[in-house]
Ligand binder design. Structure first.
Ligand code: GLY
Length: 380
C-alpha cells in the first residue's frame, strides 16, 4: 500500500539550500535523526535539548508496526507507516555503520492474538480490513500459533502472523543517533528553547514532541502511556521471539521481547499530562500480559515508567512549514508512531530543506492553520 504518496515525492525546484544553518529543537529520535540527516547532507546543524533522549523515546517499546496499527479510517496514516517501515532496514544498517552501535533491530515479525471469543472476533474484523488494504497478514490456527510461540496460553481464540511488523530498541536508537549526529558535526546545546523568536537566522525545525504545541500554537497534546519492563530470571531461556500484540478480556496489550531477555509490556493510552505510574495501570498491564503468556508471572518487574506521546486531532504527524513563520518547520505529532516514522520524517525534512522536495498533503501543518490563531495552550 502506498496511499500517502510519499515515495518518489516531486522536487518542486524551490531549493532552499544555502539559506543558512539549521537549528533543531528537541533531541528525541525525530529531532536527532533530522539533525543527523541534515548534517550528513553538509548543513551546519545545532540541536537544542537539555537532556536528549529523555522524552517519550526513552519509554517507547520500539514496535515498527505498519500493519498492526492500521486502524479503520486511518488509511493516510497507514500509508505513512508502510512507507517508513519499508525504510527501516536500510536506515538501521546505515545508522549502525555511522555510529558503531547495534540498534537491536529484529525482524521475526509480530503475532496478533485475541484471547476470548469477543477479543478474537474484534481481531478478525480488523484483519479483514487490513488484508483488504493489501497488508501482509497470515491467520494461524492454534497449532501454528503454539509452534511459533510455545509460551502463549493454549486458551488463545485467534492469532495471525504479521511478518512485516518488526521492532527496534528505542534507547539504543537514541544513543546511536546521538553518536552519529555528533560524528556528522551536529553541535548539541544542553538547553531548552521556549520562544522561537530567540533563534537566529537560518532554518528552525521544531521537533519537541508534545511540547511543540506551546512553541508553535499547533494542536499537539500530550497523551500519556504507561509501560513495564520485565526480565527473565537468571538462567531462564527468553519466553518470546516475536512481538505479541493482542487483547485479553478487552484489555489491549503488547509484549516486546529483547534479545537480552527483557520484555517491554505496554501501554496505556490516557488523556493525561502527568508521568506518574499508577498501581491500576500496572495491575491491568500485568493481568493482560500474563493472561496471554502465563510464564511472565515468573519474571522480575524491573521498571515502570510513563511517557507523553505527542497527539494530534487526526492522529497524523505534522511535518512541514509552520504557517505564518517563514524559515520554521515542524516535525512532531507522531503520537503512537514516532519510532516507526523516524526514517521517513528525517528524510522528508532533510529533502525539504536541501532541495525543496514536496511534502505529502496528509502531514502538512497547514491543515490546522485555523488553530494558529489560538493562544498557545498549557497542558500541565
Ligand atoms: N507505539 C505504541 C504506543 O504508543 O503505545
Amino acid at each position: 500500500m502506498n496511499g500517502a504518496g510519499v515515495d518518489g515525492a516531486a522536487v518542486d525546484g524551490a531549493a532552499v539550500n544555502g539559506v543558512g544553518p539549521v537549528t533543531v529543537i528537541g533531541g528525541g529520535p525525530i529531532g536527532l535523526a533530522i539533525a543527523w540527516r541534515c548534517a550528513a547532507a553538509g548543513l551546519a546543524v545545532t540541536l537544542h535539548d537539555p537532556q536528549p533522549g529523555s522524552g517519550a523515546g526513552a519509554v517507547a517499546a520500539g514496535m515498527l508496526s505498519p500493519v498492526a496499527e492500521a486502524y479503520f479510517g486511518e488509511e493516510e496514516l497507514t500509508g505513512l507507516l508502510v512507507a517508513s517501515a519499508a525504510r527501516w532496514p536500510a536506515f538501521a544498517a546505515e545508522l549502525t555503520a555511522a555510529s558503531g552501535i547495534d540498534l537491536g533491530h529484529r525482524g521475526e515479525g509480530t503475532l496478533v492474538v485475541g484471547l476470548t471469543r469477543d477479543d478474537a472476533a474484534a481481531a478478525r474484523r480488523l484483519w479483514t480490513y487490513q488484508r483488504q488494504l493489501g497488508l501482509a497478514l497470515t491467520p494461524l490456527d492454534a497449532a501454528a500459533l503454539r509452534a511459533a510461540e510455545p509460551s502463549l496460553t493454549p486458551r488463545i481464540g485467534a492469532g495471525a502472523l504479521l511478518p512485516d511488523d518488526h521492532q527496534v530498541d528505542p534507547r539504543r536508537l537514541v544513543t546511536a543517533l546521538r553518536e552519529a549526529a555528533v560524528r556528522a558535526g551536529v553541535r548539541l546545546v544542553p538547553s531548552a528553547v521556549t520562544d522561537l523568536d530567540t533563534i537566529g537566522a537560518g532554518t528552525t525545525v521544531v521537533a519537541a514532541g508534545w511540547a511543540s504545541g506551546a512553541l508553535t500554537g499547533l494542536p499537539v497534546r500530550p497523551v500519556k502511556g504507561e509501560i513495564l519492563r520485565l526480565r527473565a530470571p537468571a538462567g531462564a531461556a527468553p519466553a518470546l521471539r516475536h512481538v505479541i500484540r493482542g487483547q485479553a478480556d478487552g484489555e489491549p496489550v503488547y509484549l516486546v521481547p529483547r534479545a537480552d531477555g527483557e520484555v517491554v509490556v505496554g501501554a496505556t493510552v490516557e488523556e493525561h499530562a502527568d508521568t506518574r505510574v499508577s498501581a491500576g495501570a500496572v495491575l491491568r498491564l500485568l493481568r493482560a500480559a500474563t493472561a496471554l503468556v502465563p510464564e511472565l508471572a515468573e519474571y522480575d518487574l524491573v521498571e515502570t515508567a510513563a511517557g507523553l506521546r505527542p497527539g494530534t486531532p487526526d492522529n497524523r504527524p505534522l511535518i512541514g512549514e509552520l504557517p505564518g513563520r517563514p524559515g520554521v518547520l515542524v516535525a512532531t505529532g507522531h503520537y503512537r508512531h514516532g519510532i516507526v516514522l523516524t526514517p521517513l520524517t528525517a528524510e522528508l525534512i532533510r529533502d525539504r530543506i536541501t532541495v525543496g522536495a514536496t511534502l505529502p498533503d496528509s502531514v502538512t501543518p497547514g491543515r490546522f492553520a485555523a488553530s494558529q490563531t489560538r493562544k498557545a495552550q498549557s497542558w500541565t
